[in-house]
Design a protein around this ligand. Structure first.
Ligand SMILES: Cc1cc2nc3c(=O)[nH]c(=O)nc-3n(C[C@H](O)[C@H](O)[C@H](O)COP(=O)(O)OP(=O)(O)OC[C@H]3O[C@@H](n4cnc5c(N)ncnc54)[C@H](O)[C@@H]3O)c2cc1C
Ligand SMILES: NC(=O)c1ccc[n+]([C@@H]2O[C@H](COP(=O)([O-])OP(=O)(O)OC[C@H]3O[C@@H](n4cnc5c(N)ncnc54)[C@H](OP(=O)(O)O)[C@@H]3O)[C@@H](O)[C@H]2O)c1
Length: 323
């Protein structure tokens, strides 16, 4: 729900850590009081709510433990932390100066309380890719139902190229593992952080995972050190490709410059990934963040044979649009 909502919601979360990465980007850790989130999946999102300046009633303080009696405004955020931790969670947010919610949130300091909706939602998860491949394995006779069904010979060849562990430590994943391409603009990185963190320390359920992250300025590259470190882990099969579209000379950025699209062209992508090609037969693509980026790349990948994943029609193209 966008905009003022029902009153009387408990201030059931506390900002216990606020890590400002720059003036317009922050990572918040929110702890819960005497309750925890239900089991959820990496990639899902949660709603938080607070009183904004326009609705703030002077008689009710944001840091009170009382129920809020007047209108709140709420917004959805992808959870950036691992689902293994449910007594607290982390969000990655940017300030939208003309927005209604984020300027109010930016005024909050550690210790401030807000409302956390106990429902965690969304289908932007690894299960969407992995169960789909499980279907592929068991239902190979009906290509109309599973349009991205992998021919048995291709599956066997891919499996031989990328021998997979039978299970990961925390999930009962299917044994065939696809190649994953995680594509993000800005804070669209958050759900991938949850997926990566969830699988850190175990055999991940992918043949390979490649993260492409586009930001305006190098200082917007959240979690850069953590991602660089994950990319060096033996057996994690993870590659991190950041790109900066408006580099400031003083930051000394020497990495990729420009939008994501050129990096995803077949030859360029192969150069960046030791010869990998982006094939609908064995690859799932995730797109998160700016809706114009999603629309643009959706068209590109659909033209290459990728199919949008929905609850009724399993596919290999997954979206999470932030506005
Ligand atoms: C499922 C889902 C998950 C989301 N997860 C995140 C998240 O993890 N982190 C996050 O920062 N935002 C996320 N958002 C966006 C978030 O819900 C808010 O829209 C955002 O924080 C701005 O709120 P606002 O009220 O200040 O501005 P709004 O009035 O909501 O938005 C005003 C304008 O700001 C721009 N905008 C909105 N969100 C962003 C953004 N994230 N980055 C850049 N420009 C933006 C758009 O042009 C939008 O029209 C998510 C949205 C959805 C639907
Ligand atoms: N990032 C900041 O410095 C900052 C600071 C404070 C507040 N904000 C607010 O946050 C919002 C923008 O934040 P943001 O920079 O994180 O998000 P964004 O505008 O979505 O930009 C993030 C990345 O996505 C790229 N992108 C945009 N449209 C694309 C498309 N169609 N195809 C491919 N790539 C595309 C951008 O490239 P381009 O650069 O080429 O567009 C940029 O690299 C604005 O409301 C702004 O006022 C931002």
């Amino acid at each position: 729900m966008r905009g003022p909502n029902a009153s009387g919601l408990p201030l059931n979360g506390t900002i216990v850590q606020r890590r400002d990465l720059n003036d317009g980007l922050t990572a918040l850790t929110i702890a819960l009081h005497g309750w925890e989130l239900p089991p959820f999946e990496a990639g899902q999102y949660i709603d938080i709510a607070l009183q904004t300046r326009s609705t703030l009633n002077q008689s009710v303080q944001l840091d009170s433990t009382r129920f809020v009696q007047n209108e709140l405004i709420r917004r959805s955020y992808s959870i950036a932390s691992s689902p293994k931790r449910r007594d607290q969670f982390e969000l990655l947010l940017n300030l939208v100066p003309r927005g209604e919610f984020t300027p109010a949130l930016w005024r909050l300091e550690e210790g401030a309380r807000l409302h956390v909706n106990p429902r965690v939602r969304g289908r932007f998860t690894l299960t969407s890719a992995l169960e789909n491949h499980a279907h592929d394995i068991h239902v190979v006779d009906d290509p109309d139902v599973y349009r991205n069904t992998v021919p048995v010979a291709d599956r066997e060849a891919a499996a031989a190229d990328h021998p997979e562990p039978a299970t990961s430590s925390s999930h009962d994943w299917p044994t065939f593992h696809p190649h994953l391409i995680f594509i993000a603009t800005g804070t669209g990185l958050a759900p991938y952080m949850s997926m990566l963190r969830d699988n850190e320390g175990s055999d991940p359920p992918w043949a390979s995972a490649t993260l492409l992250h586009s930001v305006r300025h190098a200082e917007d590259l959240a979690y850069r050190d953590e991602l660089d470190a994950l990319a060096t882990l033996d057996g994690f099969r993870f590659r991190y490709i950041p790109t900066v579209t408006r580099p400031r000379p003083e930051t000394g950025w020497t990495g990729h410059i420009g939008r994501l699209q050129p990096l995803l062209e077949a030859n360029r992508y192969a150069e960046l990934t030791n010869g990998r090609s982006i094939r609908p037969e064995d690859t799932h693509i995730y797109l998160c963040g700016n809706p114009e980026m999603i629309q643009s790349l959706r068209e590109t990948f659909e033209a290459q044979g990728f199919v949008r994943h929905t609850s009724n029609t399993p596919g290999n193209l997954h979206f999470e649009s932030y506005w």
